[in-house]
Design a protein around this ligand. Structure first.
Ligand SMILES: C[S@@+](CC[C@H](N)C(=O)[O-])C[C@H]1O[C@@H](n2cnc3c(N)ncnc32)[C@H](O)[C@@H]1O
Ligand code: SF4
Length: 414
């Protein structure tokens, strides 16, 4: 564990302005359980749908105990590292104030209201949470209820991110989703009724069998559902998933990049006409105030703790991550051992490059002080082929460059 961040005065002419610690400080907590593992998903999940209700509940209680214990250990380890640091006078002994909390999965809402509220409240017990912090919980539509959302509001949750994926029944079937097309719309209304202030719907486009009309109707349904944020992802087929194996065996056609590009353009058109601002490659919000502050922290290369199975943390250039196995995670935390599976220290060059890669995902691009050193010829080349542009000294992708982000970054960096 790194000592806590330095508190030396900012060198305004050379240090990142919007990136790094100035982007805020977040806490990510992972809940790995899902009823069923969807064929496309390679997140750290454990399917628990074949267990009995009592067995599931016992596992959930055990996991929440381990998760909150692990959070306490990580916070205490940071303080111990600070106390032991040779240059501790230059370090702030406090953890930064938490500006965002994100409980993701898996399906966090499988835990039910009371256990999920315990997870959220644990952050406030261990760390100072800023007034007005964004507190998001990921929710699967089939697990939603007014009671669940009311328990979340009571615990301080301000935002719900719900996976709808599609409103076409045959696409939901291909994606192996366990809800009807109507259910996300009903669940959004329930969340509003319970007092959840901010609502996101996740969508996936370019699923084999999805037509252009299916996608347009899906986007129109989202506009009518009354959310303030939309995340729309091109379907990625990972080798280690059921979809990956089906594609390899010829049982499922792979994704068509031209189709995905068309879907991306239609999303820009329909969501834009509905008043949504396209502020990140895969994210739209009803104005800047509704952007996902926790995800902005990632794109601005900020600092965050990561707690739970398969969670990642980043603190001033040091990254670490925990085991992806729920059994190993539980065993480690219950034995008083560390569940951390790996760590790495980024060099200054790597940090600057990562800042570029992440910052170009944002429509705002990067502040001039946040842009790493780029060879003038490389910049001229990327601009000449229309991948990046400068605006008021900021560097950002063009709309074409956004879909070809890797190409843009490869041209800019040696
Ligand atoms: C952590 S996941 C799951 C959230 C929640 N369990 C659900 O399924 O509704 C967050 C989002 O990532 C997206 N996602 C997951 N796997 C994907 C894939 N292979 N390709 C594209 N998007 C994916 C889905 O939109 C999903 O809602
Ligand atoms: S429910 Fe969500 S997290 Fe779980 S397997 Fe499906 S996409 Fe992945």
């Amino acid at each position: 564990m790194s000592p806590l961040p330095a508190r030396a005065p900012r060198a305004w002419l050379t240090e990142p302005v919007e990136s790094g610690p100035s982007a805020g400080f977040g806490v990510y907590l992972h809940v790995p359980f899902c009823h069923h593992r969807c064929g496309y998903c390679d997140f750290a999940t454990a399917a628990v749908g074949d267990r009995g209700a009592d067995d599931q509940q016992a596992l959930f209680v055990r996991y929440v105990t381990a998760l909150t214990t692990d959070l306490g250990h990580q916070v205490a380890a940071g303080r111990r590292a600070h106390a032991a640091a040779a240059d501790r006078d230059a370090l702030d002994p406090r953890w930064p104030e938490v500006t965002s909390v994100f409980v993701g999965g898996g399906t966090p809402t499988l835990l039910g209201g009371p256990l999920l509220a315990d997870v959220v409240r644990a952050v406030g017990r261990e760390l100072d949470v800023a007034p007005g912090a964004e507190v998001t919980v990921e929710c699967n539509p089939e697990t939603a209820s007014v009671e669940l959302f009311a328990a979340l509001v009571d615990a301080g949750v301000t935002r719900v991110s719900m996976g709808a994926q599609s409103f076409a029944p045959h696409v939901l079937a291909t994606l192996e989703r366990g809800h009807t097309p109507q259910r996300p719309v009903e669940a959004i209304a329930q969340a509003r009724e319970a007092g959840i202030a901010e609502l996101n719907l996740d969508l996936i486009y370019g699923t084999p069998g999805e037509t252009a009309a299916d996608w347009r109707r899906t986007l129109e349904t989202v506009l009518a559902a009354g959310t303030d944020h939309v995340s729309a992802y091109a379907l990625t087929i990972h080798d280690n998933t059921a979809f990956g194996r089906a594609v390899a065996a010829g049982r499922l056609p792979t994704v068509d990049e031209d189709v995905q590009r068309d879907r991306f353009e239609v999303a820009r058109e329909v969501l834009g006409a509905g008043g949504f601002e396209h502020y990140e490659v895969s994210n739209w919000s009803l104005g800047p105030a509704r952007r996902s502050r926790h995800n902005l922290l990632y794109w601005r290369h900020g600092d965050y703790l990561g707690v739970g199975v398969g969670a990642h943390a980043h603190l001033t250039g040091r990254r670490w991550w925990t085991t992806r196995s729920t059994d190993r995670y539980l065993a480690a935390v219950e034995d008083g051992a560390s569940p951390i599976a790996g760590s790495e220290e980024l060099t200054d060059t790597e940090r600057a490059e990562e800042r570029l890669l992440l910052g170009l995902r944002l429509r705002d691009g990067l502040h001039p002080n946040d842009v790493p050193r780029i060879e003038p010829l490389a910049l001229a080349d990327a601009m000449a082929v229309g991948l990046v542009e400068t605006a008021c000294g900021r560097l950002r992708c063009t709309e074409t460059g956004w879909f070809l982000l890797d190409d843009a970054v490869t041209r800019l960096l040696p």
